[in-house]
Design a protein around this ligand. Sequence first.
Ligand SMILES: [Zn+2]
Length: 185
Amino acid sequence: MKFCPNCGQPVEIRIPQGDNLPRHVCPACDAIHYHNPKIVVGCVPEHEGRILLCRRAIEPRLGYWTVPAGFMENDETMQQGAARESWEEALARVDIGSPLAIVHVLHAHQVHVMFRARLAGPEYGVGAESLEVALCRPEDIPWKDIAFPSVTYSLERYLEDRAAGRDGLHFTAIDRRLPRPGPGA
Ligand SMILES: [Zn+2]
Protein backbone atom coordinates (compact mmCIF):
# COMPACT_ATOMS: atom_id res chain seq x y z
CA MET A 1 0.00 0.00 0.00
CA LYS A 2 1.43 3.37 -1.07
CA PHE A 3 -1.54 5.70 -0.72
CA CYS A 4 -4.26 6.03 1.88
CA PRO A 5 -7.53 4.53 0.60
CA ASN A 6 -9.40 7.10 2.70
CA CYS A 7 -7.77 10.34 1.56
CA GLY A 8 -5.24 9.50 -1.17
CA GLN A 9 -2.18 10.82 0.69
CA PRO A 10 1.06 8.75 0.78
CA VAL A 11 1.14 6.42 3.79
CA GLU A 12 4.06 5.88 6.17
CA ILE A 13 5.14 2.61 7.74
CA ARG A 14 5.55 3.00 11.49
CA ILE A 15 4.54 1.45 14.79
CA PRO A 16 1.47 3.27 16.09
CA GLN A 17 1.41 4.24 19.77
CA GLY A 18 0.33 1.30 21.89
CA ASP A 19 1.02 -1.17 19.07
CA ASN A 20 4.04 -3.40 18.58
CA LEU A 21 4.16 -3.98 14.81
CA PRO A 22 4.84 -1.62 11.90
CA ARG A 23 1.62 -0.54 10.15
CA HIS A 24 0.64 1.54 7.18
CA VAL A 25 -0.31 4.84 8.80
CA CYS A 26 -1.70 7.89 7.03
CA PRO A 27 -0.10 11.10 8.36
CA ALA A 28 -2.86 13.19 6.77
CA CYS A 29 -6.01 11.56 8.21
CA ASP A 30 -4.41 9.39 10.95
CA ALA A 31 -6.01 6.20 9.59
CA ILE A 32 -4.17 2.98 10.44
CA HIS A 33 -4.50 0.41 7.65
CA TYR A 34 -4.10 -3.08 9.07
CA HIS A 35 -3.14 -5.99 6.81
CA ASN A 36 -4.34 -9.33 8.10
CA PRO A 37 -4.37 -12.84 6.63
CA LYS A 38 -6.89 -13.72 3.95
CA ILE A 39 -8.97 -16.89 4.12
CA VAL A 40 -8.92 -19.35 1.23
CA VAL A 41 -11.68 -21.97 1.31
CA GLY A 42 -11.76 -25.19 -0.65
CA CYS A 43 -12.83 -28.80 -0.62
CA VAL A 44 -11.81 -32.28 -1.68
CA PRO A 45 -14.85 -33.47 -3.66
CA GLU A 46 -15.27 -37.22 -3.98
CA HIS A 47 -17.50 -39.23 -6.28
CA GLU A 48 -17.52 -43.04 -6.22
CA GLY A 49 -14.03 -43.20 -4.78
CA ARG A 50 -12.53 -40.66 -7.17
CA ILE A 51 -11.34 -37.15 -6.37
CA LEU A 52 -12.30 -34.12 -8.45
CA LEU A 53 -9.19 -32.22 -9.56
CA CYS A 54 -8.89 -29.09 -11.69
CA ARG A 55 -5.93 -28.02 -13.83
CA ARG A 56 -5.44 -24.31 -13.39
CA ALA A 57 -5.98 -21.95 -16.33
CA ILE A 58 -4.74 -18.95 -14.35
CA GLU A 59 -1.62 -17.86 -12.53
CA PRO A 60 -0.21 -18.59 -10.09
CA ARG A 61 0.72 -22.19 -10.91
CA LEU A 62 -1.00 -22.21 -14.31
CA GLY A 63 -1.17 -25.76 -15.68
CA TYR A 64 -0.86 -27.40 -12.25
CA TRP A 65 -3.58 -29.44 -10.56
CA THR A 66 -5.61 -28.37 -7.55
CA VAL A 67 -8.85 -29.01 -5.74
CA PRO A 68 -11.55 -26.33 -5.99
CA ALA A 69 -10.48 -23.47 -3.72
CA GLY A 70 -10.33 -19.70 -3.66
CA PHE A 71 -10.65 -16.55 -1.61
CA MET A 72 -13.63 -16.41 0.68
CA GLU A 73 -16.09 -13.63 -0.15
CA ASN A 74 -17.91 -11.37 2.26
CA ASP A 75 -21.44 -12.51 3.16
CA GLU A 76 -20.77 -16.21 2.72
CA THR A 77 -19.83 -19.03 5.06
CA MET A 78 -16.71 -21.09 4.48
CA GLN A 79 -18.87 -23.98 3.31
CA GLN A 80 -20.74 -21.75 0.87
CA GLY A 81 -17.42 -20.44 -0.42
CA ALA A 82 -16.05 -23.94 -0.96
CA ALA A 83 -19.24 -24.95 -2.80
CA ARG A 84 -19.11 -21.77 -4.91
CA GLU A 85 -15.52 -22.45 -5.92
CA SER A 86 -16.47 -26.01 -6.93
CA TRP A 87 -19.14 -24.58 -9.20
CA GLU A 88 -16.91 -21.86 -10.65
CA GLU A 89 -13.89 -24.06 -11.30
CA ALA A 90 -15.50 -27.42 -12.08
CA LEU A 91 -19.22 -26.76 -12.75
CA ALA A 92 -19.81 -29.25 -9.96
CA ARG A 93 -22.57 -29.18 -7.34
CA VAL A 94 -21.13 -30.44 -4.08
CA ASP A 95 -22.39 -31.26 -0.61
CA ILE A 96 -19.82 -29.90 1.80
CA GLY A 97 -18.95 -32.21 4.69
CA SER A 98 -16.65 -32.07 7.68
CA PRO A 99 -13.63 -29.78 8.01
CA LEU A 100 -10.48 -31.56 6.82
CA ALA A 101 -7.51 -29.22 7.13
CA ILE A 102 -6.46 -25.78 8.30
CA VAL A 103 -3.20 -24.75 6.69
CA HIS A 104 -1.44 -21.56 7.74
CA VAL A 105 0.40 -20.36 4.64
CA LEU A 106 2.61 -17.88 6.42
CA HIS A 107 4.60 -16.58 3.44
CA ALA A 108 1.40 -15.78 1.54
CA HIS A 109 -0.43 -14.29 4.55
CA GLN A 110 -3.25 -16.75 4.00
CA VAL A 111 -5.15 -19.38 5.95
CA HIS A 112 -6.45 -22.24 3.81
CA VAL A 113 -9.49 -24.09 5.18
CA MET A 114 -10.36 -27.32 3.38
CA PHE A 115 -13.51 -29.43 3.73
CA ARG A 116 -14.50 -32.91 2.68
CA ALA A 117 -17.21 -32.90 0.00
CA ARG A 118 -19.28 -35.17 -2.20
CA LEU A 119 -20.45 -34.48 -5.72
CA ALA A 120 -24.22 -34.20 -5.74
CA GLY A 121 -24.16 -36.16 -9.02
CA PRO A 122 -21.75 -37.33 -11.69
CA GLU A 123 -21.97 -34.05 -13.59
CA TYR A 124 -19.05 -31.68 -13.79
CA GLY A 125 -17.33 -29.58 -16.41
CA VAL A 126 -14.52 -27.17 -17.11
CA GLY A 127 -15.01 -23.81 -15.41
CA ALA A 128 -13.52 -20.55 -16.64
CA GLU A 129 -10.49 -20.81 -14.34
CA SER A 130 -9.68 -24.39 -15.35
CA LEU A 131 -8.00 -25.98 -18.39
CA GLU A 132 -9.20 -29.45 -17.53
CA VAL A 133 -11.23 -31.14 -14.80
CA ALA A 134 -11.02 -34.82 -13.95
CA LEU A 135 -12.35 -37.36 -11.49
CA CYS A 136 -9.09 -38.95 -10.47
CA ARG A 137 -8.50 -42.32 -8.85
CA PRO A 138 -6.24 -41.91 -5.80
CA GLU A 139 -3.47 -43.92 -7.50
CA ASP A 140 -3.60 -41.55 -10.49
CA ILE A 141 -3.24 -38.28 -8.55
CA PRO A 142 -0.42 -36.30 -10.23
CA TRP A 143 1.46 -35.58 -6.98
CA LYS A 144 4.39 -33.91 -8.74
CA ASP A 145 2.05 -31.52 -10.53
CA ILE A 146 -0.07 -30.36 -7.60
CA ALA A 147 -0.27 -26.55 -7.56
CA PHE A 148 0.14 -25.77 -3.85
CA PRO A 149 1.53 -27.52 -0.77
CA SER A 150 -1.73 -26.94 1.09
CA VAL A 151 -3.50 -29.01 -1.58
CA THR A 152 -0.95 -31.81 -1.34
CA TYR A 153 -1.34 -31.78 2.46
CA SER A 154 -5.13 -31.88 2.23
CA LEU A 155 -5.20 -34.70 -0.32
CA GLU A 156 -2.73 -36.76 1.73
CA ARG A 157 -4.70 -36.33 4.94
CA TYR A 158 -7.98 -36.99 3.12
CA LEU A 159 -6.78 -40.30 1.70
CA GLU A 160 -5.13 -41.39 4.97
CA ASP A 161 -8.31 -40.66 6.89
CA ARG A 162 -10.50 -42.36 4.31
CA ALA A 163 -8.35 -45.50 4.49
CA ALA A 164 -8.54 -45.42 8.30
CA GLY A 165 -12.30 -44.78 8.33
CA ARG A 166 -12.09 -41.51 10.25
CA ASP A 167 -12.81 -37.81 9.65
CA GLY A 168 -9.89 -35.99 11.23
CA LEU A 169 -9.24 -32.27 11.32
CA HIS A 170 -5.60 -31.51 10.57
CA PHE A 171 -3.53 -28.41 11.24
CA THR A 172 -0.20 -27.40 9.79
CA ALA A 173 1.86 -24.34 8.91
CA ILE A 174 3.88 -23.76 5.76
CA ASP A 175 6.52 -21.04 5.56
CA ARG A 176 8.55 -20.92 2.38
CA ARG A 177 10.58 -18.03 3.76
CA LEU A 178 12.37 -20.44 6.11
CA PRO A 179 15.85 -21.47 4.97
CA ARG A 180 15.70 -24.70 3.02
CA PRO A 181 17.57 -27.68 4.48
CA GLY A 182 20.87 -28.35 2.73
CA PRO A 183 21.77 -31.48 0.78
CA GLY A 184 21.47 -34.61 2.88
CA ALA A 185 19.35 -32.84 5.49
ZN1 LIG B 1 -5.52 9.23 4.89
